[in-house]
Write a protein that binds this ligand. Structure first.
Ligand SMILES: [Zn+2]
Length: 168
């Protein structure tokens, strides 16, 4: 969890205080409040014509060498849709168009406190994969033959998606 000791605006020591109904660290000198918010992350759900789901093998920590949904952190000026399309193309070479929201999950993170994982479906016309940034492999897996996906939030999104997409 991030706990600043000093005010990033004026360098005075932060003190424990209360604001907007929560205990927070505040600057005793300039009044800056250390709000803590989850960091938004997008996870892309892409299926091929047979209904198999796209996973990437992660080339970076955390969970390097394991399978996960394509995706990543949302940059300051991006929407979920734009960040997802960018990450999808960087990692798999696919150009996707954002579709429906699949689910939102919170996950505790050592570095960021909490990350908020937003799962969104992306429609892709040309399914020719070209593995890139942060990925060492990318493949479509049928629902009955999925590899182990260690990120709990991704696992949950895949289950949510398969449940809703298979129901009439
Ligand atoms: Zn200050």
């Amino acid at each position: 969890m991030i706990n600043y000791k000093y005010c990033p605006m004026c360098r005075s020591a932060l003190v424990q205080g209360h604001s907007d109904g929560r205990d927070r660290f505040l600057c005793s000198s300039c009044g800056w409040i250390n709000y803590l918010n989850p960091v938004p992350v997008v996870a892309c759900i892409v299926k091929d014509e047979k209904g198999s789901l796209l996973l990437i093998e992660r080339a970076v920590e955390p969970c390097k060498g394991h399978w996960a949904l394509p995706g990543g952190f949302v940059e300051l000026d991006e929407t979920i849709e734009i960040a997802g399309a960018r990450e999808l193309e960087e990692e798999t070479g696919l150009k996707g168009k954002a579709g429906t929201l699949v689910g939102v999950h919170l996950q505790e993170s050592e570095t960021y406190g909490y990350v908020m994982i937003v799962g969104m479906e992306f429609q892709v016309k040309d399914l020719k994969l070209s593995v890139g940034d942060d990925a060492s492999d990318a493949r479509f897996f049928p629902a009955e033959d999925m590899p182990e996906v260690p990120f709990k939030s991704h696992k949950k999104l895949i289950q949510d998606y398969l449940r809703t997409s298979s129901s009439p």
